[in-house]
Design a binder for this molecule. Structure first.
Ligand code: F0G
Length: 403
């Protein structure tokens, strides 16, 4: 059982298709009834394989209706070498690139698309910087739903665009950025054209909570001191927060890690709000960054993100495009873990915050790396060494590799 509520005014929201509070316009959230789980022990969950649906008692959709591609269950890498370079007691990377469509979005989408089917919807849609559209297109295919995705023209990485097209979505490039596309898709949803599956749909973050459940599960309930993740539209940090709060309420964990959100310097409204000690933010009108996944100026869940950060004694920091690309390479070349630029922001943030003394050397840190390196091959090719060319002889190959 669960209730949809307004995050801002607390009102119960009955309209199953609302994308905001009918009373105050605030962002929605879900209050889970944890009674079903209260008689359980954490170990009971382990009867099922690791993955999103292991945590069904914490999800607001009947598992029997699940449209699933076996999402979640991603590796939690113990990155000893990188942890040493960063200068922290321990570092784990939660590798969300191993999800079915290569990003963490699949966790929310299995729940969101299952919900769409429960409601009898025929068409689903979203605005996206790329990953949400790739994920929605795949789950819509699996659920036999029509799918429409609105993308910021020219600003979506090649892998993500190819995926949305491949799974059969109607792909619409909008002249404008993500924030503009989200406004349009909200109007389409209100006109009944489609069921909206952006993360302002409160069912999405419920699925995304499972990344935090898995981290705790994989660490055998030894909760890390800090979790660092990239922030774009700002729902994922909220989802992680909500997960920890729910398990803390049940007494399954004894603390909530310091949640630390990282934005790109060119689109950092949450960081600026945090620096000013504010609980609301001023949108960035012209967001720009190489990390196109988080090129978002008006994060829809920004207020939720700020609560997650303040309430856990966490932090918000921005990193430059150069720092992002350097961290992406460092993670790949130290640990063999390939992530897209937005995901590398978490690692870039770790390095910066250890440097500035915000993160202390005795902390046990988890970085959530949200998407696969293959999502954005162009950025990778630009940042790597030139490809060598040789004649088809061993001698010539020896000549070029010796350089
Ligand atoms: N990392 C990646 C790889 C993303 O694709 C996104 C968001 C984020 C981090 C930020 O997560 O929005 O919950 O703060 N991508 C969305 C999309 C906006 O359309 O794919 P957030």
């Amino acid at each position: 059982m669960h209730t949809v509520k307004c995050f801002e005014c607390g009102a119960d929201v009955e309209d199953e298709f609302a994308d905001a509070c009918p009373r105050c316009g605030g962002i929605l959230t879900i209050e889970m009834d944890l009674d079903a789980a209260s008689g359980m022990r954490p170990a009971d969950l382990r009867k099922k394989p690791i993955g999103v649906w292991r945590y069904a008692p914490f999800l607001p959709v009947d598992e029997r209706n699940a449209i699933s591609l076996l999402e979640g269950g991603t590796p939690l890498y113990h990155c000893k070498a990188l942890g040493k370079k960063a200068g922290v007691k321990s570092l784990h990377v939660k590798y969300e690139g191993a999800n079915p469509t290569g990003s963490f979005k699949d966790r929310g989408m299995t729940v969101g698309v299952s919900r769409a089917l429960e409601l009898g919807c025929k068409t689903v849609g979203c605005a996206s910087t790329g990953n949400t559209s790739a994920s929605l297109a795949a789950y819509a295919a699996k659920g036999d739903l029509k799918c429409v995705v609105l993308l910021p023209n020219g600003k979506v990485a090649a892998g993500k665009l190819a995926q949305a097209m491949f799974y059969g979505a109607k792909v619409v490039m909008v002249d404008g950025n993500f924030d503009d596309a989200l406004n349009v898709v909200k109007t389409l949803s209100r006109e009944g054209e489609l069921y909206l599956l952006n993360s302002i749909n409160p069912y999405r973050p419920e699925g995304q909570k499972t990344v935090a459940f898995e981290i705790v599960d994989q660490l055998d309930f030894d909760v890390p001191d800090r979790v660092i993740l990239p922030v774009g539209n700002a729902a994922n940090i909220w989802a992680v927060y909500k997960a920890f709060k729910e398990w803390k309420a049940l007494g399954w964990v004894d603390k909530v890690p310091k949640l630390t959100g990282i934005q790109a310097a060119g689109s950092a409204p949450i960081v600026r709000a945090f620096q000013a000690g504010k609980r609301d933010f001023v949108p960035e009108e012209h967001p720009e960054t190489v990390a196109t996944a988080i090129r978002i100026g008006n994060p829809a869940s920004g207020k939720k993100a700020l609560q997650a950060i303040y309430d856990t004694n966490g932090y918000a920091e921005s990193v430059t495009d150069e720092e992002i690309v350097a961290a992406q390479k460092l993670l790949g070349r130290t640990e063999g873990v390939g992530v897209e630029p937005a995901s590398a922001a978490s690692v870039a943030g770790l390095l910066k915050l250890v440097d500035t003394g915000v993160i202390s050397k005795d902390e046990r840190v988890v970085c959530i790396c949200t998407g696969n390196v293959l999502k954005d091959p162009d950025t990778v090719m630009r940042s790597c060494e030139e490809i060598l060319k040789a004649k088809p002889t061993a001698e010539d190959v020896k000549r070029v590799i010796a350089k």
